[in-house]
Design a protein. Structure first.
Length: 289
């Protein structure tokens, strides 16, 4: 499901902005873009995200500011000197162009946030404030996704209604199928036997065998049961995306069997309409948490 949240925060001389956005995804995939020196926050942030969001591709970015409202960084001289020594060593081994300054600054650890905190307690306090702010952003994101979910619920409910309508239509056709099969067999045999009469008992046996092979009542009963299960899932308060995903697979299995068994073209067309509606349902379900 899609959603976006932006949270502004502040602690002592630091200000920050969290931006969190999500798009549809079968599983939960989270990507964090954090300033250098703050990578240690990621495990706690990931855990906080998993408590609220179960499915989707989520991207979270943190922009940190100092007192002048601009990002402040400093060069870690030790890390830079180490990188330069490595570059010189590489130049002694093979001929290549020297690195550009931005390339060296892009190495992890070379560029750090300026104004390092003086104590571990201050560092921990900032980390706690950033994490709490991130949780507020996740809650805001979850609320946005919830709003979308309400609208999606209406779409899914309408699709379940359509599956039910087509199932009932197929059931009415299936009720008339045995007699139609009997009439068709009688006509075919009469044509093959050049007008000779066919014993009623034999005709009844052949019709019964074909009707048994073409009987779709079990599939229709299961489709009706799946519709009821889907409607019940829409009323749940917990995430049901995976369950709905599995249910659409069951829908599709019954619709395929219905189409393969159908002896009447009208019934086959209803089966194809069912498959089309179920495919649309499955596409929507991928967006549900």
């Amino acid at each position: 499901m899609t959603g976006f949240a932006r949270i502004d925060g502040a602690h002592e001389h630091r200000r920050w902005i969290w931006e969190i956005k999500s798009v549809n995804g079968r599983n939960l995939e989270a990507r964090f873009r954090l300033p250098p020196g703050f990578d240690g926050l990621e495990p706690g942030l990931r855990k906080a995200l998993q408590e609220k969001i179960k499915r989707g591709s989520v991207n979270a970015s943190l922009t940190l500011y100092g007192d002048d409202s601009e990002p402040q960084y400093r060069i870690n001289e030790a890390a830079l000197e180490s990188a330069i020594r490595m570059v010189k060593d590489i130049h002694l081994r093979l001929e290549c162009a020297p690195p550009r300054a931005e390339g060296l600054l892009g190495l992890r650890g070379v560029l750090e946030p300026a104004g390092e905190l003086e104590s571990e307690d201050q560092r921990a306090a900032l980390a706690a404030a950033l994490t709490a702010s991130f949780k507020d952003g996740v809650a805001k994101l979850a609320a946005a996704r919830q709003t979308e979910g309400v609208a999606m619920g209406g779409v899914l409910a309408a699709q379940f209604d359509e599956v039910e309508r087509l199932t009932n239509e197929a059931a009415s056709m299936a009720d008339a199928a045995p007699e139609a099969l009997r009439a068709r067999i009688a006509a075919q045999l009469e044509e093959l036997l050049a007008g000779a009469s066919v014993p009623e008992e034999r005709l009844a046996q052949e019709a019964a065998l074909l009707a048994l092979k073409a009987d779709v009542r079990e599939e229709l009963d299961r489709l009706a049961t799946h519709v009821a299960a889907g409607r019940a899932l829409l009323k749940e308060k917990e995430p049901v995306g995976r369950q709905l995903d599995f249910l659409t697979q069951e829908f599709n299995r019954e619709a395929n069997t219905l189409c393969s068994k159908a002896q009447d073209m009208a019934l086959k067309r209803v089966g194809l309409d069912l498959k089309k509606t179920i495919d649309q349902l499955r596409e929507q379900v991928q967006n549900i948490e």
